[in-house]
Design a protein around this ligand. Structure first.
Ligand code: FAD
Length: 417
């Protein structure tokens, strides 16, 4: 373990931040603070996803994600080398490809000037950031360490080491909750902050399916669909989407109401349903693979949460899904979470927040600079986060339904011009 001092040690002048959660947002926040001279401890409840045997690896949500300019700008601001490495491994998606029930295809470019979103391996992104974290001399990273409580006024956090079963507490100057949708930091903050909080489960669940690679004439793996599109099979009350992977496979996600998915409880019902609504996708996925994925993969709920404020005094803040889970239909949940880190760091810099305790600072003192920065974060960030969350919810309707109508309307308008 790297020698990270406790803030209560006499003579220690460095501030200590605790980051809860080593997902992509927590990892990026830790790196950003370490670069500013803070000592950082990251506590992650699950095992290290970098270990091949890790259970957390198999429990990961969605295999790939769409990273847009928003997320890339945040990565570039904090870890420029890592950002270009991730981009090298990404597959650009320049538009949507709509798969009609008839099998006809309709390509809808995202941007006239070629701007695109990028399909990236979620594990690669998270593992890449964790490698950087592990290499930082200012960060100690603890896996299998679950945070169980926080005393914000005493600036201490309670942790359980799930391997040894031992409980302990440690001190902090700043606590960052990057612990996802069911955040304990958010729940603990609600005891001391008048936080407005809202959560909504939508009626749909999602299930992941794998579309294998094909083989070209030379027997080499090849994509079965155009890799530079995000593929959508809109069927009004449900839809299937597919994003490309580097190994020439596609990860498909089926979004459908729980009641609809519950009806698909036998091989016959699944295959009949797919033959009716997604016959072309079924041919590419393969019947056995489809049935296997239905059996093995979980059907997961989709939650939307909103909170305000995001911080407590000069000492705690929630970022990423801990602060704002959004439905995935705009592909912006993680992008917004990474942007949270960039925005927070800009405010820390603007407010002149130092990584060292000033000589006049005693532990009872308030860090006014930090307080100002966190207050400004809440004041300026909320509107943007609500806007993007609402856009995501609206896109839920558009992707299932209106993409077909919009292209129709667009064509009609063009015909009339
Ligand atoms: P998480 O990734 O949830 O990480 C939180 C971490 O905290 C976890 O590792 C957890 O183990 C840990 N933790 C929790 N509690 C504790 C505790 N008590 N103590 C210690 N550790 C704890 N976003 C996009 O931008 N583009 C997309 O294309 C996209 N597609 C998506 C598709 C689907 C199907 C879904 C469900 C989401 C998608 N998202 C997408 C959203 C994206 O997955 C999330 O926004 C992102 O993972 C949030 O990252 P995070 O680091 O905030 O939280």
């Amino acid at each position: 373990m790297k020698p990270v001092p406790n803030p209560s040690d006499a003579g220690n002048q460095r501030k200590k931040a605790i980051v809860v959660g080593a997902g992509p947002v927590g990892a990026l926040a830790a790196l950003a603070l370490a670069k500013r001279g803070w000592f950082v401890e990251v506590y992650e409840g699950r095992p290290d996803i970098r270990l091949p045997s890790s259970k957390a690896r198999t429990e990961q949500r969605s295999i790939n994600l769409a990273i847009s300019h928003r997320g890339i700008a945040a990565l570039e601001a904090i870890e420029p080398a890592a950002a270009s490495r991730f981009l090298e491994s990404a597959i650009p998606m320049r538009g949507r490809m709509i798969h009609k029930l008839s099998g006809a295809l309709d390509s809808q470019p995202y941007d006239r000037d070629g701007q695109c979103i990028n399909s990236i391996d979620r594990a690669l992104l998270n593992e890449g950031l964790l490698h950087q974290v592990a290499e930082s001399p200012n960060i100690n990273l603890f896996f299998n360490h679950r945070v169980t409580g926080v005393d914000f006024d005493g600036k201490t956090i309670a942790i359980r080491d799930s391997l040894s079963g031992k409980d302990f507490t440690t001190r902090f100057n700043l606590c960052i909750g990057a612990d996802g949708s069911y955040s304990i930091i958010r729940r603990q903050m609600m005891r001391v902050v008048r936080m407005n909080y809202q959560q909504e489960y939508i009626r749909d669940e999602y299930l992941e399916l794998k579309m294998p690679a094909g083989r070209d004439h030379a027997g080499q793996p090849t994509f079965l669909l155009d890799p530079n599109h995000l593929h959508i099979w809109p069927r009004h009350s449900f839809m299937l989407i597919a994003l490309p992977n580097k190994d020439k496979t596609f990860t498909c996600t089926l979004f459908a109401p729980t009641a609809e998915l519950d009806r698909l409880c036998s091989a016959d019902s699944i295959l009949t349903w797919f033959k009716s609504y997604f016959p072309d996708a079924l041919r590419l996925i393969g019947e056995n693979s489809l049935l296997e994925d239905f059996k093995r993969n979980p059907k997961s709920p989709l939650i939307c949460t909103k909170a305000n404020p995001y911080h407590y005094k000069d000492r705690a803040i929630i970022l990423g899904d801990a602060a704002h889970s959004m439905v995935p239909f705009y592909g912006q949940g993680l992008n917004a979470g990474l942007e949270d880190v960039r925005v927070l760091m800009t405010l820390l810099d603007q407010e002149g927040v130092s990584s060292t305790l000033s000589t006049s600072d005693s532990r009872k003192d308030y860090d006014r600079h930090l307080d100002n920065a966190l207050q400004r974060y809440t004041d300026t960030r909320h509107e943007d986060l609500i806007a993007i969350s609402d856009l995501a919810m609206n896109n839920y309707v558009e992707m299932r339904h209106s993409v077909t109508q919009l292209s129709y309307l667009f064509r009609k308008t063009m015909d009339n011009l």
